[in-house]
Each structure stands twice: as structure tokens, then as C-alpha cells.
Design a protein around this ligand. Structure first.
Ligand code: ATP
Ligand code: MG
Length: 574
């Protein structure tokens, strides 16, 4: 299945994507009906309070993808209304990740904080219209008097303050006369509204903290709900896509836009789609922040993190993430996708692009006792030709040094093998990939009985990978010449969480972090060509998986994914 899924979306004669999902269908309908005069403008609106995660990729691919497909534009707008948690580091990381995914904003990043002055003026406008009031109740009381799904809310005793008093108080809030939490500005809608969001929602709260962009200019900050819809309107966004949890907020956004004068005539229309959830990871910046703070990982961009920066370090190609997002498409319901599906896109992508190399992670010395020596008595070094990528002939071949002492994988040898073990064992012959057939003749052990060296003879007639007499071997193993090997640190990863659905049923996902999620292998022995790998490059270590050279540290490799197609196995089981 992964083969099909990774093929690019079909395009029609005009080069327009024929990708179909309910959102693109809706835009086609809008265009046919002449809504927005055929204009398509979307936006991706992250809050800069963390790094983007794989869930955000779905929203990015949707918003930027739709704009591309319909000749429109997509803004990047930071909804930066919570100064306590926001930071320029996140602003920069988010821009880097979007660019890495392969998308471009049509103009520089926009910020809700650029609209603070306008939003404030509109707040005064609503106060003047008797549609907003200053409430002195504390947060707890406000929350309690809101009611719930079965109980109606009750009016605040401050709800009927006059316009003049409200205006005066709002101005004094802005001027810094009150402490945090002393007062809030609320919309005056209906405390008995069936939609809880409409029960006099908060518009401003007092926070005497500096903002990453506006500094100390403000001590009142707009609530997200008071900023989001109007920011879309200011930017003249046509199609505003958000995840399903904002469905109830739509009515409020529309109420605000209905009651503000002089907005652009193209009113943004919100459409909700299902969040992306993946097994064995979490997609919530807040919870990811907790993992970072726990010290479990080396930061937001650690190769174990399901952030886009983490996945990049891990070796996930941006193209594989885009293909995955277009395959899962967008729907109206929230579901959890198996992580193995994403991995299968990564594997399919890397299978086409990654150069093959040999690396031994758990080295055992193999001595070839009949290997020739030169006139000075040194072992001959023979350059063997190996294919760089059987999937792409253009990648050509390389020369790999072969000599009398090799490293092989400890797992590829057993003194006393069980029935189904076909690799090297005493008396057994195997093929060394791109090398020769070798037969194990002797085993050297230390005092503790641990195998320290395996001795073998090679058959010079098998240079072509076959025996001239037609005899077969049951296994081909990889190797690295000991005298030529370069050393590296290799990090192997298991699932970050022990549970498929971390945090399900009100459990704390931090309690479900897998203590064995990372294994660091020191002293891996690599073929010399790997010394030339660029930082960030992903290669296939033959038989072991795909490995990404770290983005910063030379000779540190991360296992991106293994070779086995886990997704196919899961499909078969279903
Ligand atoms: P988080 O809980 O991780 O902070 P969020 O929705 O609060 O998520 P924002 O920074 O507000 O994060 O997200 C920016 C955009 O990305 C929003 O439009 C949001 O709906 C979308 N988004 C966030 N998470 C997902 C997800 N898992 N799947 C699809 N879209 C997502
Ligand atoms: Mg958020």
C-alpha cells in the first residue's frame, strides 16, 4: 500500500491538483458560486509557545496546499496573545520548520500582536454599543457562574454597569491602574445561551508581563477568542480552517464580526477539520513542553521528539511528511493514525534516495586466515565495488576496502546456532556482501567464555558473489574492514511512550514515557565512505535500517526507521 500512497497527487491539464477532500470541494463550490470572487486566502495561525509537531504538519499542508492548488495565498500568522508562554525562539523555529516542509508564506510573518491597537479600539466600540462590560469578579467566580451543559449561567452583578463607567474602567485597565486578575472585560451576550462559549466570554484580562514583541506597551491582553476571528478578518482571509475543538467558537467569532463596524467586506468563513493524532506520540505543545522540561530529551529538536525539528534531526524527509499528509487527507472527524503508516512513508521515500553503506554496530572481529599478504608481509587491501543504491542506478558504485581483518555484527555469529539461524557458525559458509564467501574455521574465546574472535577462510573463486561450482549459502552478512573503519556513535530508538494512546482515559502521559526509548551505541565501526556523509544526510546501513547523520554533531547517527515494513504487517493482521 505504501508504494501507491506515496505517488504524488494526480494533476489535471492545467496543473491544478485534483486532490479531493471536503475542504477542496467546498472551495470549488465557492469558486463556482463566485463567493469571494474566486479569491482563496488561507492562513496558518500557530501560537508561538512551542515547536511545531507532526499534527501541525497536517494543518500546514492543508492551508498552504489549498492556497497552492487554487492559485491563492497563505499567511503565516502568530496568534501571540499569551505573553507568559510565548517566545521569539518559537517564532523562529516555527518559520524554519514551515520552510523546511517546503512551503513559503506570500508575505513576512504576521502577528496578532500587530493588531493589539485595532483590537483595543474595537473593544471600546463594543463597550460604547453596550455589548461589553468590565467585570470585577475573580476568575473562579466567573467560571462558576458560567454554569455548564445542564445548568444555565447567572449574570454578574457588574453586568449592568453603564457605558461611561465601563469605558472609564477599561481605559484604566489599559493604563495599568489595576493588578492582575482584578478586572476583566467581557462581551455582553447571554448567560443562558445554549452554547457555553457565548456566555459572556472574556475579551481582555490584566497581565503585568512583557510580551515578546510589544514589550511593556500593554498590561491587558486580548483573549485568543477576541483576537482570532478579527485577525483573520483584518488579513482578509477567505477560508479559515481550524480543528474541531473550535466548532463552538465559530458562533462567537461571527458574533464579534457582526458587531464591529467597518470590517473588510470579505468575511472569513471558518471550517473545522479533524486533528491528526498518531499512536505512541502526543501532539500537544503543552505536553511536549513538559517532556522537554522533564529532561528526558535534549530539547524540542531532540531526534526522539515528534516535533518537526525532531523528526528532521531523526532523518524524516519533508517530502515523506507531505506525502503522508496528503494520503491521510482531511476529514470531519478526529481519529488516531498508526505511527507505522507515517514510518512507511518515510521508508518508501528513503528507499529511493538513501545511499547504501555498511556499518557494524556491535562489532566482532573476523580474521581471514588465508588472506594474502604483500611483499612486506602486510595484508593485501583489495578495493571491492559496491552498489550505492539498487533503486537508483544513477547513484553508481563505490569502492570498499576489504582485507584480512573485518568487523562483523556479533549477532551474525553463533557458536551453537538453533535450527533457524542461517548466518555464520562453526563450519558454516556465508557470503560477505560485495566480498567473498567465507567459512568459519575457529572460534577464540576469553576466560569468561565470551567469543572474542572468529577465524575463517575465504574462497578467492567467489569474488563475483557466486561460487563457480554452484554451491549455495543461506546468508549474506555485512562487514567493515577493521583497519579502515571509522568510528561513530549510533543512537537507536524505540517508541517514546509505552502506551499506544498516551494520556488516554485521563492518565498522565508523562508517566508513560518509555525509559528505554533510546539506546546509545558507542564505538560502532563504519565503512570509510561514511566519513564523507554530510550532516543531516540519511543513509541506509545495510540490513540495519535508515540512519541520519546528526544535524550538528559529526559522526553521530540516529536510526530513522528500521527496514521492516511494519505497516504491511499491521494491514495483514486486520
Ligand atoms: P497545541 O495543543 O499543540 O498547542 P494548538 O492547536 O493549540 O495545538 P496552535 O499553535 O494554536 O496549536 O496551532 C496552529 C494550527 O495548527 C491551528 O489551526 C490548529 O488547529 C492546528 N493544529 C494543531 N494541532 C493539530 C493537529 N494535531 N492536527 C491538525 N491540526 C493541528
Ligand atoms: Mg493553542
Amino acid at each position: 500500500m505504501s508504494e501507491d500512497a506515496a505517488t504524488p497527487q494526480a494533476e489535471n491539464a492545467e496543473g491544478e491538483s485534483e486532490a479531493s477532500d471536503f475542504i477542496r470541494d467546498l472551495i470549488r463550490d465557492d469558486n463556482a458560486a463566485g463567493t469571494y470572487g474566486g479569491r482563496v486566502q488561507t492562513r496558518f495561525p500557530p501560537e508561538p509557545n512551542g515547536y511545531l509537531h507532526i499534527g501541525h504538519a497536517k494543518s500546514i499542508c492543508l492551508n498552504f496546499g489549498v492556497a497552492e492548488d487554487f492559485g491563492g495565498t497563505c499567511n503565516l500568522r502568530f496568534d501571540d496573545t499569551n505573553p507568559e508562554r510565548e517566545d521569539d525562539e518559537f517564532v523562529e523555529a516555527i518559520q524554519r520548520d514551515i520552510a523546511w516542509l517546503g512551503f513559503e508564506t506570500n508575505r513576512g510573518p504576521l502577528f496578532a500582536s500587530d493588531y493589539f491597537e485595532t483590537l483595543y479600539a474595537w473593544a471600546e466600540e463594543l463597550v460604547g454599543k453596550g455589548l461589553a462590560y468590565v467585570d470585577d469578579q475573580d476568575a473562579e467566580t466567573i467560571s462558576e457562574t458560567r454554569g455548564n451543559f445542564t445548568t444555565l449561567g447567572t449574570n454578574s452583578p457588574y453586568r449592568d454597569r453603564g457605558v461611561e463607567e465601563n469605558l472609564d474602567l477599561l481605559r484604566r485597565m489599559r493604563a495599568g491602574e489595576f493588578g492582575d486578575g482584578e478586572k476583566v472585560l467581557r462581551a455582553k451576550i447571554d448567560m443562558t445561551h445554549p452554547n457555553m462559549v457565548m456566555r459572556d466570554p472574556l475579551m481582555y484580562r490584566i497581565r503585568h508581563v512583557a510580551h515578546h514583541r510589544t514589550g511593556d506597551a500593554w498590561c491587558i491582553y486580548p483573549n485568543y477568542d477576541w483576537a482570532h476571528g478579527q485577525s483573520d478578518a483584518i488579513e482578509e482571509v477567505t477560508h479559515s480552517f481550524c480543528t474541531l475543538e473550535f466548532e463552538n467558537n465559530r458562533e462567537l467569532y461571527d458574533w464579534f464580526l457582526d458587531n464591529i463596524d467597518g470590517l473588510p467586506s470579505d468575511r472569513p468563513r471558518q471550517t473545522e477539520f479533524g486533528r491528526l493524532g498518531l499512536t505512541y506520540i502526543i501532539t500537544s505543545k503543552r505536553k511536549l513542553a513538559a517532556i522537554v522540561e522533564s529532561g528526558k530529551v535534549d530539547g524540542w529538536d531532540d531526534a526522539e521528539m515528534p516535533t518537526l525539528s525532531g523528526l528532521r534531526r531523526r532523518g524524516y524527509p519533508a517530502s515523506a511528511i507531505r506525502d503522508f499528509c496528503s494520503h491521510i487527507s482531511v476529514g470531519r472527524s478526529t481519529g488516531t493514525t498508526e505511527i507505522e503508516l507515517l514510518e512507511s512513508f518515510v521508508r518508501t521515500d528513503l528507499n529511493k534516495t538513501a545511499l547504501r553503506r555498511m556499518a557494524v554496530l556491535n562489532p566482532l572481529k573476523l580474521v581471514i586466515t588465508n588472506w594474502p599478504t604483500d611483499a612486506d608481509g602486510n595484508p593485501v587491501v583489495e578495493m571491492r565495488t559496491a552498489t550505492n543504491n539498487p533503486e537508483n542506478e544513477a547513484d553508481g558504485t563505490r569502492e570498499v576496502p576489504f582485507s584480512g581483518e573485518l568487523w562483523i555484527e556479533r549477532d551474525d555469529f553463533m557458536v551453537d546456532p538453533p535450527k533457524k539461524f542461517f548466518r555464520l557458525a562453526p563450519g558454516r559458509e556465508v557470503r560477505l556482501r560485495s566480498g567473498y564467501f567465507v567459512t568459519c574455521t575457529d572460534v577464540i574465546t576469553d576466560d569468561a567464555g565470551e567469543v572474542t574472535e572468529v577465524h575463517a577462510t575465504y574462497d578467492p573463486e567467489t569474488a563475483g558473489g557466486q561460487a563457480p561450482d554452484g554451491r549455495k549459502v543461506k546468508a549474506t552478512i555485512h562487514w567493515v574492514s577493521a583497519a579502515h573503519a571509522v568510528q561513530a556513535e549510533v543512537r537507536l530508538y524505540d517508541r517514546l511512550f509505552t502506551e499506544a494512546h498516551p494520556g488516554a482515559n485521563d492518565t498522565d502521559p508523562l508517566d508513560q514515557l518509555n525509559p528505554n526509548s533510546r539506546t546509545v551505541v558507542h564505538g560502532a565501526q563504519l565503512e570509510p565512505a561514511l566519513a564523507d556523509t554530510e550532516l543531516g544526510q540519511v543513509v541506509q546501513f545495510e540490513r540495519l535500517g535508515y540512519f541520519a547523520h546528526d544535524l550538528d554533531q559529526s559522526m553521530v547517527f540516529h536510526r530513522t526507521v528500521g527496514l521492516r515494513d511494519e505497516w504491511a504487517r499491521i494491514q495483514k493482521r486486520k
